[in-house]
Ligand binder design. Structure first.
Ligand SMILES: Cc1cc2nc3c(=O)[nH]c(=O)nc-3n(C[C@H](O)[C@H](O)[C@H](O)COP(=O)(O)OP(=O)(O)OC[C@H]3O[C@@H](n4cnc5c(N)ncnc54)[C@H](O)[C@@H]3O)c2cc1C
Length: 383
């Protein structure tokens, strides 16, 4: 027997049109984004490479940070689709949103889900005001895809944790106020046990940050060394030694959003402006890419609305970032020999391998889809 509410839903046609209010919000966001680009410049991959504290303050003043967070925690209490619209306009235009991006996308929602009242009071206002920048300390030299093998330790000593170890590829570490650190508080039991999440102010003595310059000359990610770094045990978020599930949930925020589809949309637009649209092969490519943009947007929308099956953000991330890589290939083909000139277009192209690595590689996303979405066995079955 199909419940009544589902029977009613079935009789409704699927409506993909935006409401007047949503169109109005999109129009406003587009203007703000264009204005920001005019004042601060256009950035490739602007959610990770477009850093402007000033623009974060402006976003905060517009109520566009923490848009969807509950009102009782200072958020806007607005539907996820509105954040999607604003973020889509900002990133498509290349506006510099990165100074507040991790806090807004990930740290705020994670603290709301797992933090103590004191932590919410201490850390949410800075994120909402656009004044605090966060970095995420997960990956280590010997622990990337296999996060459970991480070794950075936090040992209890009275009312403090004493932290020792090294992180790598930590985006924003050189400019962040806080690190959301994933570390080991116990080495007992299986590897994924004993993992905890601790907030570390980046001005704590004992932290050394070394910036890494990538091929495109970006310097957002860093090595971070922790030597006897003391933070109060009250900075522990959630369950001590039981944070692996928390971290996996946090990664869902990181993987299913519009930032995974539109990182290099500015590059796509620039390539389109130079493309010979009468060339049959170019037209085939354009049709393929435009189709993928539309499919990707549907996947993102489903992820953002929380309507996908378990771990669906892995599918969204995998499809969308592989599309971003193809966008860069298209730009290279369109530019031909000009692609070797060192300009923002070339920088955008050489950054492309990062898309399917950061936030978890495509191989790992496919493992997650297989095991958690499709329920396939973890190991090959012996014949
Ligand atoms: C631009 C950028 C920004 C980043 N920012 C951050 C950040 O802010 N904070 C942070 O903590 N990290 C960050 N990272 C690191 C990123 O999360 C890791 O690079 C990623 O998880 C992969 O880990 P790894 O580099 O150690 O590669 P490895 O895990 O060593 O993987 C190497 C290869 O083996 C494959 N592989 C590994 N395990 C499996 C498996 N089980 N099944 C199939 N294939 C497998 C991978 O797909 C890959 O091809 C960033 C990376 C990039 C590129």
């Amino acid at each position: 027997m199909v419940p009544e509410r589902y029977r009613r839903l079935r009789s409704l046609p699927m409506d993909f049109a935006w409401t007047d209010e949503q169109n109005e919000l999109r129009g406003r966001a587009r203007k703000v984004a264009e204005d920001a680009v005019a004042r601060y410049g256009r950035f490739n991959d602007s959610w990770i490479n477009g850093f402007s504290k000033e623009f974060s303050l402006e976003l905060a003043a517009l109520g566009w940070i923490g848009m969807t967070w509950p009102v009782e925690h200072g958020g806007g209490g607005r539907p996820p689709i509105e954040r999607l619209i604003v973020a889509e306009e900002m990133i498509a235009a290349g506006a510099p949103v990165s100074a507040s991006w991790f806090g807004d996308r990930q740290m705020g929602p994670t603290l709301i889900a797992f933090g103590t009242p004191d932590q919410l009071e201490a850390f949410l206002p800075g994120i909402l005001a656009g004044t605090s920048t966060w970095c995420i300390g997960m990956s280590e030299p010997e622990a990337g895809s296999d996060l459970a093998s991480l070794r950075t330790s936090a040992a209890r000593d009275g009312d403090d944790f004493v932290i020792n170890g090294q992180k790598i590829w930590t985006s924003f570490a050189a400019v962040a106020d806080y690190c959301y650190l994933i570390c080991r508080t116990s080495s007992e039991g299986p590897p994924h046990a004993g993992i905890s999440e601790v907030i570390v102010p980046m001005d704590t003595p004992g932290i050394e940050v070394r910036q890494i310059q990538d091929l495109s000359t970006n310097r957002h990610f860093c090595e971070v060394f922790f030597t006897d770094v003391r933070v109060p045990t009250t900075n522990l978020v959630g369950v001590e030694g039981g944070a692996f599930k928390q971290t996996m949930r946090q990664l869902e925020h990181e993987r299913g959003g519009i930032d995974r589809l539109l990182s290099n949309y500015a590059l796509f637009r620039a390539a389109m402006a130079r493309a010979d649209l009468t060339d049959p092969l170019v037209r085939q490519d354009v049709a393929r890419l435009e189709t993928a943009y539309r499919l990707g947007r549907l996947l993102v929308t489903r992820s953002v609305l929380g309507q996908g099956p378990p771990a669906f953000s892995a599918a969204t991330k995998c499809f969308c970032t592989e599309h971003e890589f193809r966008v860069a290939q298209f730009a290279a083909a369109v530019l031909g020999p000009d692609a070797t000139l060192w300009d923002p277009l070339a920088q955008g192209m050489v950054y492309a391998p990062a898309y399917t690595i950061m936030g978890g590689t495509s191989n790992v996303m496919r493992n997650i889809i297989g095991e958690r979405t499709l329920g396939l066995p973890r190991e090959p079955v012996a014949r």
